[in-house]
Write a protein that binds this ligand. Structure first.
Ligand code: B12
Length: 294
């Protein structure tokens, strides 16, 4: 059986398990698909997502009630936990992302899809299972120093909250993370991401990974010096923030000027080995890790 047929068959059986509200049956359908060669990513995109959408259509038509939808969604979330446990994480690319539903939106599965795909690509990811008020999210992002924030919006009426969230994230003096937007609310829309304060939009988790890489500058090939310094600078900034240090404090501990640290973090300083050693020491990490090109 080729993969397309296997996925079609799995979809049918998995939907049946959801409709019957049978977690054990759902799990064995997935186990069988895995053992017959379907990948975890294929199961996410070609089994779980369409079956959840089909559950939504049935609910919309009144063929099933809210309780049946809740049970189906709980089963799918359990299957996702299982798939995630066996997932192979890509080699650490040194970048950190936060993935979250936007304020007012209680649909969390799309955000989890994107988070899991980013993890498979080697990102360090935090993912919220609840929406967060824009102001709180902005403050949190500032403290944690992410490279990327991916926002998920299912309900079109929550799109104004995307703008409020990006304003809160960007109301900082320091460089802010790239912001990627996706979710069902964008379907059939030609939306200029900049209008909502985002850097890019994407349609599904695979595109999300591609766009996320482009936004922060992860490349598959060799980096130019400029790209490499930007990568290194972003990493120094992220680690400094993780240590909750200001640029001045990092300067003081490393014995370097604050303006030098600032230039390094902006990717504008072709730093010496001596300076790199001091920064690595001040951040309490091996030089090799700081220097990695991915
Ligand atoms: C489960 C569910 C719920 C659950 C959510 C539980 C949870 N923990 O997530 C609950 C019960 C809370 C819920 C509530 C409501 N829901 Co609801 N819900 C659904 C349902 C059935 C499944 C959602 C799902 O899991 N989809 C599977 C995921 C994988 O798909 P996805 O979210 O679209 O994500 C994909 C892409 O959009 C993309 N993506 C998603 N996020 C991101 C982010 C980035 C950065 C990128 C790049 C890509 C990306 O990648 C994913 C894979 O391709 C859908 C049906 C459907 N068609 O989706 C309805 C649906 C989304 N809900 C709907 C509605 C109307 C509601 C309510 C308003 C109902 C009500 N009257 O109360 C409330 C709103 C509550 C709120 N404030 O958010 C409508 C939305 C209609 C619309 N306006 O567009 C739908 C479409 C049902 C329908 N057919 O009418 N819901």
């Amino acid at each position: 059986m080729d993969v397309a047929d296997l996925l079609a068959e799995t979809r049918g059986r998995y939907y049946e398990a959801l409709a019957l509200g049978q977690p054990g049956m759902a799990q064995s359908v997935i186990d069988r698909a895995l053992s017959r060669g379907a990948s975890r990513a294929e199961i996410y995109l070609h089994v779980l997502a369409p079956c959840q959408a089909r559950i939504g259509e049935c609910w919309h038509r009144g063929a099933i009630g809210i309780a049946e939808e809740h049970l189906a969604t709980t089963i799918t979330m359990g299957v996702m936990d299982f798939l995630k446990r066996g997932m192979e994480q890509g080699p650490d690319n040194g970048f950190r992302a936060l993935v979250t539903p936007v304020e007012g939106d209680r649909h969390t599965i799309g955000a989890r899809f994107v988070a899991d795909f980013l993890e498979m690509d080697g990102w360090e990811v935090d993912c919220f299972g609840n929406d967060t008020p824009a102001g709180d999210l902005g403050e949190f992002v500032r403290q944690r120093g992410y490279d990327l924030v991916a926002l998920s919006s299912t309900l079109p009426e929550c799109l104004p909250n995307v703008a409020a969230t990006t304003r809160a994230i960007r109301s900082q003096d320091e460089p802010t993370p790239k912001i990627l937007l996706g979710g069902r609310a964008l379907e059939g829309q030609r939306l200029d991401p900049a209008v909502l304060g985002c850097d890019a939009t994407a349609g599904n988790p695979l595109e999300a990974v591609k766009e996320a890489r482009r936004l922060v500058g992860v490349t598959d090939g060799r980096l130019t010096l400029q790209e490499y310094l930007a990568l290194l600078g972003g990493r120094v900034r992220a680690i400094r923030k993780r240590h909750r240090m200001t640029q001045q404090e990092l300067g003081d501990v490393s014995g370097l000027d604050r303006t030098y640290i600032s230039a390094v973090e902006q990717g504008k300083q072709n730093l010496t080995v001596g300076a790199l050693r001091k920064i690595a020491h001040a951040l309490d990490m091996p030089m090799g890790e700081l220097l990695a090109s991915r």
